[in-house]
Design a protein around this ligand. Structure first.
Ligand code: IMP
Length: 197
């Protein structure tokens, strides 16, 4: 495909070209469309803009899954923001939690006195987030809150006090918009269920 042709492509053509449901038996039903994701992210950005007026929030993205969400959310916030990333590992290449959270990459920024907003892709057991909150709270930020795009309802043993939530989804394993299985499907522009063998 040339650059000229891609300009005139029909909506959805990109999705069809990259991952095809008929050719990939693992690609299940759409859980949240690309349009619904962008609409909700605009609303979250507007709420954050309102709540953090006069401050410069530090958005802490949890790699790798949250990178697409953070990039879109940051552009929906009409305030100066700073961004930083952390990488934690809790699943390896499996679709089930190992129960072990490990910091693979730490932040560059100092958190002391900062208004920190953790940007999380998905909360499943809540294990990763509760570990992160404890770890970052110990660095004395002025405030520490969470925006989670997806929450699998009913699975979290403790109330994680999420300040902002995008969508409540059923407890199926999902792929796309940053979420992977063994590093694949992250660039799917919508969320779909993953069909196991
Ligand atoms: P938790 O610690 O069980 O809440 O899991 C959080 C992390 O597991 C997320 O940041 C994701 O990286 C990964 N994860 C949980 N559920 C899914 C899913 O349905 N698809 C892809 N990754 C997931």
């Amino acid at each position: 495909m040339t650059g000229t042709e891609s300009l005139s492509a029909e909506p959805g053509a990109f999705e069809a070209a990259v991952y095809s449901r008929s050719e990939d038996p693992h690609l299940g039903a759409v859980v949240v469309s690309a349009e619904a994701l962008q609409g909700r992210i605009s609303e979250l950005g507007a709420a954050i803009t309102r709540d953090y007026a006069g401050r410069v929030p530090l958005l802490v993205g949890v790699l790798k899954g949250a990178c697409f969400f953070l990039a879109d959310l940051a552009r929906a916030i009409e305030l100066p923001v700073e961004i930083d990333f952390m990488a934690v590992s809790s699943y390896g290449n499996s679709t089930r939690t190992s129960g072990v959270v490990r910091i693979v990459k730490d932040l560059d920024a100092e958190l002391s006195g900062r208004h920190v907003l953790i940007v999380e892709d998905i909360v499943d057991s809540g294990l990763t987030l509760s570990y992160l909150k404890r770890n970052l709270a110990a660095r004395h930020p002025a405030s520490l809150d969470v925006v989670a795009l997806l929450v699998k309802k009913g699975l979290q043993p403790v109330d994680l006090q999420l300040k902002y939530e995008g969508f409540e989804i059923p407890p199926d394993f999902v792929i796309g918009y940053g979420l992977d299985v063994a590093e694949r499907y992250r660039n799917l522009p919508y969320l779909a269920t993953y069909v196991e063998d």
